[in-house]
Design a protein around this ligand. Structure first.
Ligand code: THU
Length: 140
C-alpha cells in the first residue's frame, strides 16, 4: 500500500508538469490506481472561457473511464502554484465538483491521498470527503 502510494504521488507530480493553467497559474496533477491494476493520470486543463476548465482529478478519471476502468482504488493529488518548487506543494484537496464526479466511481474502500511530496501526504477515505453522497444507488 505505502509503495503504491509513493508511486502514485510521483506519477501525479510528473503529470502536473503538463498542466495547462495560463489563467490561474495553479498546476494540479492526479493519478488513479484503478481496480484493473492500471494507473491513469491527468492534469488540470484550463480554458479561456474559464468555465470550460477541467480539474486534474476529473481529467484523470475521464482518462481511466475512457480506457474502461470503472472503480477507483486510490487517487493521489498534488497541486500548487505553477512556479512553486516541487517540494513546496499545497494541500490541494479535490473541489466539490470533483468529489461528486469521483463519487460515481468510488467505493467504501476508495482512498484519497492529498500529497505535498512522496513522503508528506494525508490519506482519507473517500466517504470522509463526501459523506451522504448522492450517487448511482439513488437512481436504482
Ligand atoms: N483545480 C484542480 O485541478 N483540482 C481541484 O480539485 C481544484 C482546482 C484546478 C482548476 C484550475 O485550473 C486551478 O486548479 C485553479 O482553480
Amino acid at each position: 500500500m505505502e509503495d503504491n502510494i509513493k508511486i502514485l504521488i510521483e506519477k501525479a507530480l510528473d503529470v502536473r508538469k503538463n498542466s495547462y493553467c495560463p489563467y490561474s497559474n495553479y498546476a494540479v496533477g492526479a493519478s488513479i490506481l484503478a481496480e484493473d491494476g492500471n494507473v491513469y493520470v491527468g492534469a488540470n486543463i484550463e480554458n479561456a472561457s474559464i468555465g470550460g476548465t477541467i480539474c486534474a482529478e476529473r481529467s484523470a478519471m475521464t482518462n481511466a473511464c475512457s480506457s474502461g476502468a470503472r472503480s477507483i482504488k486510490i487517487i493521489a493529488i498534488v497541486g500548487g502554484k505553477v512556479d512553486q518548487n516541487i517540494n513546496e506543494m499545497d494541500w490541494a484537496f479535490p473541489c466539490g465538483i470533483c468529489r461528486q464526479f469521483l463519487n460515481e466511481f468510488a467505493s467504501e474502500e476508495t482512498i484519497v491521498v492529498v500529497a505535498k511530496s512522496s513522503y508528506e501526504y494525508r490519506m482519507f477515505k473517500f466517504n470522509e470527503l463526501l459523506p451522504n453522497a448522492f450517487g448511482p444507488n439513488n437512481l436504482e
